[in-house]
Design a protein around this ligand. Structure first.
Ligand SMILES: C[S@@+](CC[C@H](N)C(=O)[O-])C[C@H]1O[C@@H](n2cnc3c(N)ncnc32)[C@H](O)[C@@H]1O
Length: 240
């Protein structure tokens, strides 16, 4: 049974995830930076550096949300970044942000499902995903379709929460993530479940070596995992 935001509803994970991100879209950026004390920004910057040598020109940002990872990817000086997401609410906030910053000519945000990407095989020089894969309804299907649209030799850089394993970080993380964060998240976002779903979905996610195996099954090779900040997050790099 996969972890879903609204356990009382009969709808599938994808529909619930889209509904949840629609509900919290206006507060998402603020809560992200507030609850992580801004560390999420540093994590995205660090992840993008793994593509520096490749100099990708055409980049796909999967589960782009409000587009923050797409914006970080501009450090690579690409010609175009396409961001796809299943939440119209998140995309609306993202599109307004791109317009405000004069980035709408280089970052193109579109409605799209990672498990059914509407792009030809071997289209992109690189694919990036931050805090997205944990929310996929079918993780392997999503990763396989990412592999399909990536050019041969291109890299996928995936940033995702993981679970610290060492004392006292594991205990501190559990206390913050399970006791503090859901309360603040609920208060500010007004969504009863979004910030309870967050730690639950991280718990259920196959992190570290387990995720490297999932990447391999999806067709990626030379897969690597780089843990960040005591293992609270990890960067995964895979190549086609
Ligand atoms: C936690 S947000 C991350 C947004 C952004 N990448 C960031 O770093 O802030 C997760 C996003 O994944 C999107 N998402 C979940 N499943 C998806 C799917 N199958 N295809 C595309 N987007 C998806 C959600 O709508 C949501 O906007």
């Amino acid at each position: 049974m996969s972890v879903v935001p609204y356990k009382e509803k009969n709808t599938g994970k994808k529909q619930q995830v889209a509904e949840m991100f629609n509900n919290i879209s206006k507060k998402y950026d603020f809560l992200n930076h507030f609850l992580s004390l801004g560390i999420d920004i540093l994590w995205r910057k660090k992840a993008i550096k793994y593509l520096k040598k490749d100099q990708p020109k055409y980049i796909l940002d999967i589960a782009t949300g409000t587009g923050d990872f797409a914006i970080e990817a501009l450090a690579l000086k690409p010609e175009k970044v396409v961001g796809v997401d299943i939440s119209e609410g998140m995309l609306t906030v993202g599109k307004e942000k791109m317009k405000r910053r004069g980035l709408d000519n280089i970052i193109d945000l579109q409605l799209g499902d990672s498990e059914k990407l509407l792009f030809e095989d071997n289209t992109f020089d690189a694919i990036i995903v931050s805090f997205g894969v944990r929310n996929f309804e079918d993780l392997e299907k999503g990763l396989k379709d990412m592999n399909r649209v990536l050019k041969k030799g291109g890299k996928a850089v995936i940033l995702e929460f993981s679970k610290p394993t060492k004392f006292p970080f594991k205990q501190l993380y559990n206390f913050y993530f399970k006791a503090i964060l859901p309360k603040i998240g609920r208060l500010i976002s007004k969504d009863s479940s979004a910030y309870t779903y967050l730690p639950e979905s991280v718990d259920a996610f196959p992190d570290g070596d387990k995720f490297l195996r999932v990447l391999e099954n999806a067709g990626f090779k030379d897969n690597k995992c780089k843990p960040l900040t005591f293992g609270i997050s990890s960067i995964y790099i895979g190549q086609k």
